[in-house]
Design a protein around this ligand. Structure first.
Ligand SMILES: Nc1ncnc2c1ncn2[C@@H]1O[C@H](COP(=O)(O)OP(=O)(O)OP(=O)(O)O)[C@@H](O)[C@H]1O
Length: 265
């Protein structure tokens, strides 16, 4: 049985005269690991911003765990169990890995509660350190971590908040091959007991770790399906290929998608 955890209905977002999201219906079921792809400017981040309350939709509804959440503040939406990472890092560099996770775990406390909290490695923090492979770095300052380790710390901080839905914005951008592999394994493992939505440009990563893929283009859903179905869709190839012919892409994902599709086709 599949249960919808997140449903977007008729979402539209206009910035002045420009329509960034143009009528999107999207359902993510409990336990899914869903990848959201699309060329630069397709509307992926804006869509995630709508879910997290950072951007109010011009029209449409967002339902999470059976409750309408559009119109709620970002703060309240986090408390309903939706966590996200950003393309830019949000860790406290001068704090240790443990302290960063510990602070995230206590995000529901008031400033006074935060000061009075029990510090150190609680069961939640310890569990997250183990799960993300950061236990050996527990006492290291976040500012000294490698790029990959920093990304894992951000995922660890999300996990510590106990969300039901994790939204990850380009988690493997800038990572080495080994770091991408470790991240893929981590996402697969996390998705065993969380629902995860990943925005990603890295097509090799997508091909290895994605189950279901939604392709956005110009603020609309172009297609949805398994990785194989999406790669084989001529409209998807055209969108990426067309874009590559017109402008040099910021990321190499489009090129890789087409190459992959041709290799397999
Ligand atoms: N605050 C804003 N004001 C005006 N236009 C915006 C704003 N935010 C996003 N846009 C525009 O909306 C469109 C969708 O942007 P968005 O960042 O959601 O795309 P994306 O698919 O995440 O792209 P990328 O892969 O480059 O991150 C783009 O044309 C962008 O310039």
């Amino acid at each position: 049985m599949t249960h919808p955890l997140l449903s977007l209905n008729g979402i539209r977002v206009a910035f002045g005269d420009f329509t960034a999201i143009d009528g999107i219906d999207l359902t993510v079921n409990e336990g899914e690991l869903r990848f959201l792809i699309g060329p630069n400017g397709a509307g992926k981040t804006t869509l995630v911003d709508v879910v997290t309350g950072r951007t109010r939709p011009t029209s449409g509804t967002v339902t999470f765990a059976g409750q309408p959440i559009h119109g709620r503040s970002e703060h309240r939406i986090v408390r309903t169990g939706i966590g996200r990472t950003f393309q830019t890092s949000v860790v406290f560099e001068e704090l240790t890995v443990t302290d960063n996770i510990d602070l995230a775990a206590h995000f529901r406390l008031s400033p006074l509660g935060l000061l009075r909290r029990r510090r150190g490695i609680t069961a939640t923090v310890g569990g997250v350190l183990e799960r993300t492979g950061l236990a050996p770095l527990a006492g290291s300052l976040a500012g000294t971590l490698s790029h990959g380790q920093r990304q894992w710390l951000e995922i660890a901080m999300l996990l510590a908040q106990g969300p039901r839905l994790l939204l990850l914005d380009e988690p493997v951008a800038g990572m080495s091959r080994a770091e991408r592999e470790r991240t893929g394994e981590l996402l697969t493992e996390i998705s065993a007991d969380h629902t995860v939505v990943v925005i990603e440009h890295d097509m090799e990563f997508l091909r290895r770790y994605a189950r279901d893929v939604t392709v956005l283009h110009e603020g609309r859903i172009l297609t949805e399906g398994t990785v194989g179905e999406v790669q084989a869709d001529p409209r998807v190839q055209e969108v990426y290929l067309g874009r590559n012919q017109v402008t040099a892409p910021e990321h190499d994902g489009g090129d890789m998608l087409v190459r992959t599709a041709n290799e397999e086709g």
